[in-house]
Write a protein that binds this ligand. Sequence first.
Ligand SMILES: Cc1cc2nc3c(=O)[nH]c(=O)nc-3n(C[C@H](O)[C@H](O)[C@H](O)COP(=O)(O)O)c2cc1C
Length: 233
Amino acid sequence: MRNDLETMKTVLEGLSSRTSTSDGLAAERRPVPFANAVPVDPAPSAEDLRPVHDLRDTLQRRRSLLHYAQQPVRTDVILSSLGDVLARDRADWGLDDTAGELVAFVFAFRSEGAPAGVYRVTAGETAHLAGPDELGPPEDLGVQREFSTAAGIVALYADLDAADSWAGSHGYRVSLVRASMATYDFHLRCQALGLVGTVFGGLIPSSVRHLVQGDGVTRHPLLAATYAHPMPS
Ligand SMILES: Cc1cc2nc3c(=O)[nH]c(=O)nc-3n(C[C@H](O)[C@H](O)[C@H](O)COP(=O)(O)O)c2cc1C
């Protein structure tokens, strides 16, 4: 644990700078497209999305868990929930056009309701990018092996190039806050649906870089969460 407060204060003060740390020309760059993406339209029923716990119970029961039941999770429900989460981010912050949009990548290991593999979700569209064979061993995705025993992992990516051109280090800070809000929004929706998981920072970006075109700048992972059914009590 870092306890060097002077260094930390310098870092925190630096985050208030609105001067771009780069050339400020993100609008002139185009992230690599997903040529082989197959659009999907997840449409779970209202019943599938109905919470089994109300807000009070969700908040009281919620805790991070690293041990999971091995049954598959309805990936169509995960994709639909994420679409709602990202639409909410877009509407609440109104920053997609200036500071870049948030994107969720779903790594579905054990899936029903949709094929396993890799998905890309934005506020406006969802697509299947790759199957489980291309994804490789789930344990390669995280620094803790427990993450790979979940039914899947969701990682929130931001466009740090756009955020920096918009407002320098402050743009990076806002991207972190947006990604955190979206991750917890997703995590709490899972908990309300009777699923479990943990929010975590330890995704290994290089393990999926080739699948998500993660260049570390226009697409950079900021926070992630596992999801799964709970172990029988
Ligand atoms: C930014 C962030 C990063 C985290 N990274 C990890 C992680 O790498 N591994 C892990 O097991 N938990 C991680 N967690 C989860 C915390 O360990 C967990 O939220 C904390 O222990 C509080 O427990 P609770 O969620 O049950 O309240 C992270 C949480 C946050 C907010």
